[in-house]
Design a protein around this ligand. Structure first.
Ligand SMILES: [Fe+2]
Ligand SMILES: [Fe+2]
Length: 167
């Protein structure tokens, strides 16, 4: 939980530089880049940190691309503000059953934020499929939070999850 508080504070001051966008554009196609830019600044910075860390530690292009795109399911969701996502994390932690009910049957901005917060791996994977993104990257995005992907993806998935935890 303390980590979440730290993330929240960091998120309020997130910003990206020209150099950051140059790095991102090196790895993403134009449509992917355009979609990336629709994420909140906070999510863009987080994805950049994850991908940058992976690149610095010798990851190949597919894994770096997965790092940039892993939370793309949170794009185009203005309801997913820092405050609402903090509420989502808190409820999922303290009242998991109520969190499920709210995400699935609730109405309003908090319910939408909670549904996207929970389902963003599947939402992101589905979105990337429509853009003909490589199936391997779609797999990494789909399973980046939990669950088991193919044996082929297991090692990269572990690296992606570890990097995701760091930022
Ligand atoms: Fe995620
Ligand atoms: Fe993430």
């Amino acid at each position: 939980m303390l980590k979440r508080v730290r993330q929240f504070i960091r998120g309020m001051f997130a910003s990206l530089s020209e150099n950051d966008y140059t790095f991102i554009a090196d790895y993403l196609t134009k449509p992917e880049f355009a979609l990336f830019r629709t994420m909140s600044r906070y999510d863009q910075k987080h994805a950049l940190n994850v991908a940058g860390y992976l690149a610095e530690n010798g990851a190949g292009t597919p894994l770096v691309r997965a790092g940039l795109l892993h939370d793309i399911g949170k794009a185009e969701c203005p309801e997913l503000t820092l405050v609402r996502r903090s509420v989502a994390v808190f409820l999922e932690w303290q009242a998991p059953q109520e969190a499920v009910v709210l995400a699935e049957r609730g109405r309003g901005k908090l319910a939408r934020a909670m549904a996207v917060h929970r389902d963003h791996p599947a939402l992101g994977a589905a979105r990337l499929e429509t853009m003909n993104v490589d199936a391997y990257i779609v797999t990494l995005v789909r399973w980046h939070q939990n669950g088991e992907a193919s044996a082929e993806a297991a090692a990269d998935l572990e690296r992606l999850r570890a990097a995701d935890e760091l930022f």
